[in-house]
Design a protein around this ligand. Structure first.
Ligand code: 5AD
Ligand code: SF4
Length: 479
């Protein structure tokens, strides 16, 4: 099969912040009319890895596919179009994708006109793209994170020429409004407010794969949130790699605090946001969170390390003390605040003392949830060029030790909830027990309780009767 490379990624270009992001009112529709008769009644299947940005991209692609006549496939075997939406943030995310392609490639042999596509952050890395192009000949469409709005055209080319199509352009990126959408959930929604990242933490590939920080216009975000409120949604999560950098690239005069306040005023029962960078967190934002009861008292505030030297090498733009001061201000102004974080263990040359600073910070902050990672070198990032003298066994031992410290407080905070009544937004049947329903408290604790399907999507009161480290058992309270 011939490979047609429309464009391919380039990390230098991807890191450039000189170019301007472009804005469009709608996706690129050039080939839509020609494509429709070719795909009418066909089935699509999307498998997504990684962060909420990818989940939200999946919803856009679902909307695009359903608008031209595709139906969702009941399972992957039935699909005529399979899209694997990938993550590149750590090596193990990539390994999962290689396994998935390996499992799915036989399907293309069965169906002549099938499209097996790879998109998302992995294809934005030149070496990985080369590797998958050479290794997985069955994959016949590759498109980058900036190419989603052009998917109709790419799909048309793929289906009509029989060529493998590669379209991965490294660029500042676009902001496109009126994106089609088929949401995964009809009571909880993600709303993008800012795309990309300009922080360039030295370990992180995201600023290369997702482009420059670019905010959506204030009115566009409000319009989308108003539609969700009108449709009866119970929860909105404002999304961005750095949500609280919102507005800095616009000249509209609105910052993240203004936007959050305006969305809270629309009356959505639960408002969340993720992810915040400590460097961009202002007192004004803290005041807004404290003021509105429908803004959840839960902040995900990645710290990455508790040691100043490591934070400096990571390029995080704050010191341990600055982070602790921010936490102090948050706790003073927001009663009942729950904090969660991301931590990387084993950054190149991290010493035992430096690691212990992270452990002590964890003990001070008392997080109620945390995502912990062992450092994974990402080609093209500055940290990947550092010589690393820490053996993997040491990193692994530190990782276990850190998790133990985190669990002490996570367990304690769960125990303290026993006997109290909380509002739970009900998600569905519990994974392990069909008689139980599951949902989340305002501070994001998972609760299982006896109930039925009629409660899905509703906020109910539940008394906690038992606590485990990562979940709680409760009973419905009749009001
Ligand atoms: N290695 C390990 N963890 C990483 N993260 C980002 N890049 C890396 C990497 N190279 C983690 C950070 C970030 C989270 C989304 O993933 O903790 O906050
Ligand atoms: Fe990556 Fe840092 Fe940007 Fe987060 S803030 S996406 S860790 S570069």
């Amino acid at each position: 099969m011939k490979t047609k490379v429309i464009n391919s990624p380039d990390l230098l270009k991807a890191a450039s912040r000189k170019r301007e992001a472009t804005r469009f009112d709608q996706i690129h529709l050039d080939k839509m009319n020609e494509l429709m008769p070719l795909v009418k009644g066909l089935k699509y299947y999307i498998k997504t890895y990684g962060c909420q940005a990818n989940v939200r991209d999946e919803e856009t692609m679902r909307g695009m596919m359903e608008n031209i006549g595709y139906f969702p496939a009941e399972n992957v075997e039935n699909a005529d179009l399979i899209i694997i939406n990938t993550c590149a943030v750590r090596e193990n995310a990539e390994d999962k994708v290689y396994g998935e392609i390996g499992n799915l490639k036989y399907l293309r042999k069965k169906k002549k006109n099938m499209v097996l596509a790879l998109c998302g952050c992995m294809v934005e890395e030149p070496e990985i793209l080369d590797h998958v192009l050479n290794t997985f000949k069955e994959v016949n469409l590759f498109f980058g994170t900036h190419e989603i709005a052009n998917l109709y055209n790419l799909l048309y080319q793929c289906l009509t020429t029989g060529e493998r199509i590669v379209a991965v352009e490294s660029k500042a990126g676009e902001v496109i409004e009126e994106l089609p959408v088929r949401r995964n959930n009809n009571y909880k929604a993600f709303v993008n407010i800012i795309y990309g990242c300009d922080k360039f933490c030295t370990y992180c590939i995201v600023p290369y794969t997702r482009g420059k920080e670019r905010s959506r216009k204030f009115d566009e975000v409000i319009k989308e949130c108003q539609q969700l409120v009108d449709a009866g949604y119970q929860e909105i999560t404002l999304l961005g790699q750095n949500v609280n950098a919102y507005g800095k690239d616009l000249d509209e005069g609105h910052d993240f605090a203004d936007l959050m306040e305006a969305v809270a005023k629309l009356g959505i029962p639960r408002l969340r946001f993720t992810t915040s960078h400590p460097w961009d967190f202002s007192s004004k934002m803290i005041d807004v969170i404290a003021k509105y009861p429908n803004i959840m008292k839960f902040i995900h505030l990645p710290v990455q390390s508790g040691n100043d030297e490591i934070l400096r090498k990571m390029g995080r733009r704050y010191t341990r003390q600055k982070y602790l001061d921010l936490v102090k201000e948050m706790r003073e102004k927001i009663p009942g605040l729950s904090l969660s974080t991301d931590i990387i263990v084993g950054f190149p040359n991290e010493t035992e003392e430096e690691f212990l600073d992270t452990v002590s910070l964890v003990d001070i902050v008392k997080y109620e949830a945390a995502f912990t990672f062992i450092y994974s070198p990402r080609k093209g990032t500055p940290a990947a060029r550092m010589v690393d003298n820490v053996p993997y066994e040491v990193k692994s031992r530190r990782f276990q030790e850190l998790v133990k410290h985190l669990e002490v407080n996570i367990e304690k905070s769960s125990k303290e909830m026993v006997g109290n009544i909380y509002d739970i937004l009900v998600d569905g049947e519990s994974k392990n027990n069909k008689e139980m329903m599951s949902g989340y408290t305002e501070t994001n604790k998972m609760v299982h309780f006896k109930g039925d399907n009629s409660l899905i999507g509703k906020i109910v009161k539940v008394r906690i009767i038992e606590s485990h480290t990562y979940s709680l058992i409760g009973e419905l309270v009749n009001e």
